[in-house]
Design a protein around this ligand. Structure first.
Ligand code: GAR
Length: 207
Protein backbone atom coordinates (compact mmCIF):
# COMPACT_ATOMS: atom_id res chain seq x y z
CA UNK A 1 0.00 0.00 0.00
CA UNK A 2 1.49 3.34 -1.09
CA UNK A 3 1.15 5.90 1.72
CA UNK A 4 0.95 9.37 0.24
CA UNK A 5 1.24 12.83 1.75
CA UNK A 6 -0.75 15.46 -0.19
CA UNK A 7 0.46 19.07 0.13
CA UNK A 8 -2.06 21.82 -0.64
CA UNK A 9 -2.46 25.60 -0.40
CA UNK A 10 -5.91 26.53 -1.66
CA UNK A 11 -9.22 25.11 -2.81
CA UNK A 12 -8.02 21.54 -2.92
CA UNK A 13 -9.89 20.35 -6.01
CA UNK A 14 -6.92 18.17 -6.94
CA UNK A 15 -6.93 16.71 -3.41
CA UNK A 16 -10.65 16.01 -3.92
CA UNK A 17 -9.92 14.32 -7.25
CA UNK A 18 -7.37 12.07 -5.52
CA UNK A 19 -9.79 11.19 -2.69
CA UNK A 20 -12.59 10.46 -5.18
CA UNK A 21 -10.28 8.35 -7.33
CA UNK A 22 -9.27 6.25 -4.32
CA UNK A 23 -12.97 5.78 -3.41
CA UNK A 24 -13.95 4.79 -6.95
CA UNK A 25 -10.97 2.47 -7.51
CA UNK A 26 -9.33 4.62 -10.19
CA UNK A 27 -6.36 4.80 -7.81
CA UNK A 28 -5.55 1.41 -6.28
CA UNK A 29 -3.13 0.26 -3.61
CA UNK A 30 -2.95 3.76 -2.08
CA UNK A 31 -3.93 5.57 1.11
CA UNK A 32 -3.64 9.24 2.02
CA UNK A 33 -1.56 9.23 5.20
CA UNK A 34 -1.93 12.98 5.76
CA UNK A 35 -2.58 16.37 4.21
CA UNK A 36 -0.23 19.30 4.81
CA UNK A 37 -1.36 22.86 4.11
CA UNK A 38 0.48 26.17 4.45
CA UNK A 39 -2.68 28.24 4.72
CA UNK A 40 -4.99 27.86 7.73
CA UNK A 41 -7.98 29.25 5.82
CA UNK A 42 -7.69 26.92 2.83
CA UNK A 43 -10.83 24.99 1.87
CA UNK A 44 -8.55 22.02 1.14
CA UNK A 45 -8.29 21.53 4.93
CA UNK A 46 -12.10 21.16 5.15
CA UNK A 47 -11.99 18.55 2.42
CA UNK A 48 -9.41 16.54 4.39
CA UNK A 49 -11.39 16.92 7.63
CA UNK A 50 -14.63 15.83 5.95
CA UNK A 51 -12.88 12.64 4.91
CA UNK A 52 -11.28 12.05 8.33
CA UNK A 53 -7.75 12.43 6.95
CA UNK A 54 -5.16 13.84 9.40
CA UNK A 55 -4.40 17.40 8.32
CA UNK A 56 -1.73 19.75 9.53
CA UNK A 57 -1.02 23.39 8.85
CA UNK A 58 2.54 24.67 8.63
CA UNK A 59 3.37 28.09 7.22
CA UNK A 60 6.64 29.97 6.58
CA UNK A 61 4.86 32.99 8.14
CA UNK A 62 5.11 31.37 11.57
CA UNK A 63 8.90 30.96 11.50
CA UNK A 64 11.67 33.57 11.89
CA UNK A 65 13.23 32.64 8.56
CA UNK A 66 13.04 30.19 5.68
CA UNK A 67 15.74 27.93 7.13
CA UNK A 68 13.73 27.47 10.35
CA UNK A 69 10.56 26.74 8.36
CA UNK A 70 12.38 24.27 6.09
CA UNK A 71 13.73 22.39 9.09
CA UNK A 72 10.33 22.21 10.82
CA UNK A 73 8.58 21.22 7.58
CA UNK A 74 11.02 18.36 6.93
CA UNK A 75 10.66 17.21 10.53
CA UNK A 76 6.85 17.02 10.20
CA UNK A 77 7.10 15.19 6.88
CA UNK A 78 9.59 12.70 8.32
CA UNK A 79 7.13 11.97 11.16
CA UNK A 80 4.52 11.06 8.54
CA UNK A 81 7.19 9.11 6.61
CA UNK A 82 5.25 8.91 3.33
CA UNK A 83 6.21 6.75 0.35
CA UNK A 84 5.24 9.57 -2.01
CA UNK A 85 4.71 13.32 -1.58
CA UNK A 86 2.09 14.78 -3.92
CA UNK A 87 2.12 18.55 -4.47
CA UNK A 88 -1.48 19.29 -5.39
CA UNK A 89 -1.54 23.05 -5.77
CA UNK A 90 1.12 23.59 -3.10
CA UNK A 91 2.59 27.06 -3.54
CA UNK A 92 5.57 26.82 -1.19
CA UNK A 93 9.04 25.86 -2.46
CA UNK A 94 10.08 22.42 -1.25
CA UNK A 95 13.25 22.57 0.89
CA UNK A 96 16.33 21.18 -0.92
CA UNK A 97 16.96 18.79 2.01
CA UNK A 98 13.47 17.33 1.46
CA UNK A 99 14.13 16.83 -2.27
CA UNK A 100 17.32 14.97 -1.35
CA UNK A 101 15.67 12.86 1.34
CA UNK A 102 12.72 11.98 -0.93
CA UNK A 103 14.53 11.75 -4.26
CA UNK A 104 12.15 10.73 -7.06
CA UNK A 105 9.37 10.47 -4.47
CA UNK A 106 7.86 13.97 -4.87
CA UNK A 107 5.46 14.74 -7.75
CA UNK A 108 3.77 18.00 -8.71
CA UNK A 109 0.81 18.95 -10.89
CA UNK A 110 1.40 22.05 -13.00
CA UNK A 111 -1.38 23.69 -15.06
CA UNK A 112 0.45 23.97 -18.41
CA UNK A 113 2.34 21.82 -20.87
CA UNK A 114 5.86 22.14 -19.45
CA UNK A 115 8.22 23.67 -20.63
CA UNK A 116 5.65 26.33 -21.59
CA UNK A 117 4.36 28.72 -18.93
CA UNK A 118 6.30 27.33 -15.98
CA UNK A 119 9.07 28.35 -13.60
CA UNK A 120 9.28 31.24 -11.16
CA UNK A 121 6.07 33.30 -11.04
CA UNK A 122 3.96 30.80 -12.99
CA UNK A 123 1.34 29.42 -10.63
CA UNK A 124 -2.44 29.18 -10.42
CA UNK A 125 -4.44 31.63 -12.50
CA UNK A 126 -1.29 33.46 -13.65
CA UNK A 127 -0.36 30.49 -15.83
CA UNK A 128 -3.64 30.76 -17.72
CA UNK A 129 -3.42 34.56 -17.98
CA UNK A 130 -0.01 34.18 -19.63
CA UNK A 131 -1.20 31.41 -21.97
CA UNK A 132 -4.12 33.61 -23.12
CA UNK A 133 -1.85 36.67 -23.45
CA UNK A 134 0.47 34.65 -25.73
CA UNK A 135 -2.50 33.44 -27.76
CA UNK A 136 -1.76 29.71 -27.61
CA UNK A 137 -4.47 27.47 -29.02
CA UNK A 138 -3.55 24.42 -26.94
CA UNK A 139 -2.49 24.25 -23.31
CA UNK A 140 -2.87 21.51 -20.70
CA UNK A 141 -1.35 20.08 -17.55
CA UNK A 142 1.79 18.20 -16.54
CA UNK A 143 2.65 15.79 -13.73
CA UNK A 144 6.37 15.78 -13.07
CA UNK A 145 8.83 14.65 -10.45
CA UNK A 146 10.23 17.50 -8.37
CA UNK A 147 13.93 18.26 -8.41
CA UNK A 148 15.80 21.27 -7.05
CA UNK A 149 14.70 23.53 -9.93
CA UNK A 150 11.31 25.18 -10.45
CA UNK A 151 9.17 22.87 -12.65
CA UNK A 152 12.33 21.28 -14.12
CA UNK A 153 12.05 17.66 -12.93
CA UNK A 154 11.35 14.60 -15.08
CA UNK A 155 7.96 14.74 -16.81
CA UNK A 156 5.69 11.77 -16.05
CA UNK A 157 2.36 12.62 -17.74
CA UNK A 158 0.88 15.43 -19.82
CA UNK A 159 -2.57 16.09 -21.27
CA UNK A 160 -3.44 18.74 -23.82
CA UNK A 161 -6.54 20.95 -23.55
CA UNK A 162 -7.89 23.29 -26.25
CA UNK A 163 -8.13 27.02 -25.66
CA UNK A 164 -11.55 28.21 -26.86
CA UNK A 165 -12.20 31.63 -28.44
CA UNK A 166 -13.22 34.15 -25.78
CA UNK A 167 -11.89 32.10 -22.85
CA UNK A 168 -11.27 34.03 -19.64
CA UNK A 169 -8.39 32.88 -17.41
CA UNK A 170 -10.93 31.36 -15.01
CA UNK A 171 -12.77 29.48 -17.76
CA UNK A 172 -9.48 28.13 -19.10
CA UNK A 173 -8.34 27.15 -15.61
CA UNK A 174 -11.57 25.24 -15.02
CA UNK A 175 -11.30 23.38 -18.35
CA UNK A 176 -7.64 22.48 -17.71
CA UNK A 177 -8.59 21.15 -14.27
CA UNK A 178 -11.59 19.14 -15.48
CA UNK A 179 -10.06 17.73 -18.65
CA UNK A 180 -6.47 17.30 -17.55
CA UNK A 181 -5.41 17.85 -13.92
CA UNK A 182 -8.14 15.82 -12.21
CA UNK A 183 -7.37 12.93 -14.58
CA UNK A 184 -3.59 12.78 -14.91
CA UNK A 185 -2.75 13.36 -11.25
CA UNK A 186 -4.81 10.36 -10.05
CA UNK A 187 -3.54 8.31 -13.02
CA UNK A 188 0.07 9.11 -12.15
CA UNK A 189 -0.44 8.12 -8.49
CA UNK A 190 -2.02 4.82 -9.54
CA UNK A 191 0.92 4.05 -11.85
CA UNK A 192 3.44 4.78 -9.09
CA UNK A 193 1.42 2.77 -6.54
CA UNK A 194 1.53 -0.21 -8.85
CA UNK A 195 5.25 -0.10 -9.58
CA UNK A 196 4.82 1.10 -13.15
CA UNK A 197 7.07 4.17 -13.05
CA UNK A 198 10.82 4.31 -13.31
CA UNK A 199 13.11 7.36 -13.32
CA UNK A 200 16.41 6.93 -15.14
CA UNK A 201 18.92 9.43 -16.50
CA UNK A 202 16.64 12.31 -15.51
CA UNK A 203 13.65 10.91 -17.44
CA UNK A 204 10.47 9.32 -16.11
CA UNK A 205 9.13 6.25 -17.89
CA UNK A 206 5.93 4.24 -17.62
CA UNK A 207 6.84 0.54 -17.67
C1 GAR B 1 -4.07 23.83 -9.74
O1 GAR B 1 -4.49 24.37 -10.97
C2 GAR B 1 -2.62 23.41 -9.80
O2 GAR B 1 -2.27 22.89 -11.05
C3 GAR B 1 -1.93 24.73 -9.58
O3 GAR B 1 -2.68 25.34 -8.53
C4 GAR B 1 -4.05 24.93 -8.66
C5 GAR B 1 -4.53 24.41 -7.32
O4 GAR B 1 -5.91 24.15 -7.34
N1 GAR B 1 -0.56 24.55 -9.22
C6 GAR B 1 0.41 25.37 -9.62
O5 GAR B 1 0.21 26.39 -10.26
C7 GAR B 1 1.82 24.96 -9.20
N2 GAR B 1 2.80 25.71 -9.91
P1 GAR B 1 -6.61 23.22 -6.26
O6 GAR B 1 -6.21 23.73 -4.87
O7 GAR B 1 -8.08 23.39 -6.50
O8 GAR B 1 -6.16 21.79 -6.48
Amino acid sequence: MLRILVCVSGGGTNLQAIMDAIDSGVITNTEIAAVVCNNAGAYALERAKNKGIPALCISPKNYPDRAAFNEAFLEEVNKINPDLIVLAGFLVAIPPAMIDAYENRVINIHPSLIPSFCGVGFYGLRVHEQALARGVKVTGATVHFVDNGMDTGPILMQKAVNVEPGDTPKQLQQRVMEEAEWKILPAAIDLIANGRVKVEDGKAMII
